[in-house]
Design a protein around this ligand. Structure first.
Ligand code: GDP
Length: 298
């Protein structure tokens, strides 16, 4: 994909450099490859895991040609990453309404991702309702209202400063009354400390569960891929505070740091379901590990 161009160029130049002038995969090639992956934002932990796999391949296959290295890298990384099936907006929702709680730090692209999801669900013939439970910033509610207008999807909101859990409660109740298929709830991305975040998110969850036991059906954490290793840190923070079930990684257009997707997908064992490659509603891609790995390594 065009949106991954910079990441692709980055991987291509770094991996090429690591194998330049070499015909067989030896210790030096592996060292250089390790450095290439780390500097391409794959992260130490995931890089070490990848290099281990390549080393095992070298041992097993005895002689490994550098010309095969690229496709072996792709194979090993695909095997390492969780999640086989990719998302499908048109498939039947397992619960009605299907409640998705969207979490993440301010500025990562949470509101934009909600707008893109609303657009995609609606396009697939599903009715959608937005809940503006980030009541701390007027701008957050305004932004979500803009997306509501843009996508033609209704929104439930209350006055600034009102209780986010009350907004979430109203939203799911309204969704039931309207017979809505999918509910997308925006939350505040304040990161004071883990205890505070945990408390705030549990409160929202509990109020949703008063209306629909078993909801939210998905807790989607949005991360800004252009921040590289910082996105990894945020993922640590949020997964410790709440049960995150899916990930969306945004702003992969215009950054060479897309390697962080591999680090995040491997380290948290939570499926990456979406990637953002632009500001428009069409700029959301359903993540497929095969496509992603193919596109950054070739
Ligand atoms: P929030 O504070 O997390 O809700 O963030 P917003 O959704 O308001 O997004 C913050 C900024 O990032 C806005 O200017 C968005 O247009 C921009 N943005 C969001 N997703 C993407 C993306 O995938 N690519 C690019 N280039 N910009 C994005």
């Amino acid at each position: 994909d065009e949106g991954l161009q910079k990441t692709k160029e980055n991987f291509f130049s770094k991996v090429s450099k690591a194998i330049a002038g070499k015909s067989t995969v030896d210790e030096e090639v592996l060292d250089d490859l390790e450095e290439a992956l780390v500097t391409a934002d794959v992260g130490i932990e995931t890089t070490v895991a990848i290099i281990d796999r390549i080393e095992q391949r070298v041992v097993r296959d005895k002689y490994l040609n550098t010309s095969e290295l690229n496709s072996i890298l792709q194979e090993e990384i695909k095997e390492m990453l969780v999640g086989e099936a990719s998302y499908d907006f048109t498939s039947d929702i397992p619960h009605k309404p299907y409640v998705i709680l969207v979490v993440g730090v301010n500025g990562v692209g949470k509101t934009t991702t909600i707008g893109k999801l609303a657009y995609n669900f609606k396009k697939a013939g599903k009715s959608v309702l937005l809940g503006a439970a980030d009541t701390f910033r007027a701008a957050a509610v305004d932004q979500l209202t803009i997306w509501s207008d843009r996508t033609g999807v209704p929104i439930v909101k209350q006055a600034m400063g009102s209780d986010p859990a009350a907004v979430a409660f109203d939203t799911v109740q309204s969704a039931i009354a309207r017979g809505t298929d999918v509910v997308l709830i925006d939350t505040a991305g304040r990161l004071h400390n883990k205890a505070h975040l945990m408390e705030e998110l549990s409160k929202i969850k509990r109020s949703v569960q008063k209306v629909i036991p078993g909801a939210p059906h998905e807790v989607l954490l949005v991360l800004d891929g252009s921040t590289g290793q910082n996105a990894l840190e945020q993922a640590k923070h949020f997964t410790a505070a709440t049960d995150v079930t899916a990930l969306a990684i945004t702003k992969l257009d215009g950054t060479a740091k897309g390697g962080v997707v591999l680090a995040i997908a491997n380290q948290f064992k939570i499926p990456v379901k979406f990637i953002g490659v632009g500001e428009k509603m069409e700029d959301l891609l359903i993540f497929d590990k095969h496509e992603f790995v193919d596109s950054i390594f070739s």
